[in-house]
Design a protein around this ligand. Sequence first.
Ligand SMILES: [Zn+2]
Length: 289
Amino acid sequence: MTISPNWRSENKHLQILEAAEKGKYGVIAAIAYNIEQIIGLVDAAKKARSPLILQFFPWAITFGDGILIKTAAEAVRNCDVPISIHLDHAQNEELIKKAMQLPFDSIMVDMSHYEKEENLAKTARLVKLCHERGIATEAEPGRIEGGEDGVMDTEGLEGSKTTPEEAEEFVATGVDALAPAFGNVHGEYGKIGPQLDFARLSQLRKVLNGRVRLALHGTNGFMPELMKQCIAAGMNKINVNRLVLDDYYEHLYATVEKVPHTTLMEQGVQQVVDLTVSWMNICGSAGQA
Ligand SMILES: [Zn+2]
């Protein structure tokens, strides 16, 4: 397989993130678990005239032999707004090789469960493998606490904030986007709420100086103001999970015994559309496509 030397400018995911950096807005990168959510997220992007990143956990590669990911590719094929497909937290080489057989525009090479030297070496090798196939990459320098839906928890390994040195070391692996650890947490924040270190984030942004795009992980329970603050601080890719799906599940649990299944699905799609459009407005991506 020969890949064009300027594959970067042709990669949809990188095009979306470049435009976000230039336009100073954040692009929602939403996890989808089923077909209603895929349809709802894509419809939200069309309705808001917004770019979008459709994300999957590695679970979706084995579930139904990747049918959700293939369906997502089908759903975005004739879309007139830019939508890329990304694999979140791919934590081993075997999985990344499987993912390359699927229509991903970007893969998160997450080796953060290894100690740093091994993490860096593995990241560099796997980033190269992805790039040779025209696939963009993301990595996590430092260690974001917590785990979610099949993504390995950093058991026994303490979360640690990304240092400027680590950021440099990861840029050297050739990775396209970084997900810094600056007090953000995977899963739930608990009573005290998010305690983000914006001083650290601004220090990292200064050091990185536009060489890579920044991805925000761990946004469950974020308020609009905090989200806007993160985007103003340079976050381009905004990973969301419950933030755009909460209304869908609330509707599902409240309605499952009351309406026909087809109606349940249609109403569920609408719940995803409405909540996602509201976050596209908050992140400033609405109207940018
Ligand atoms: Zn994450």
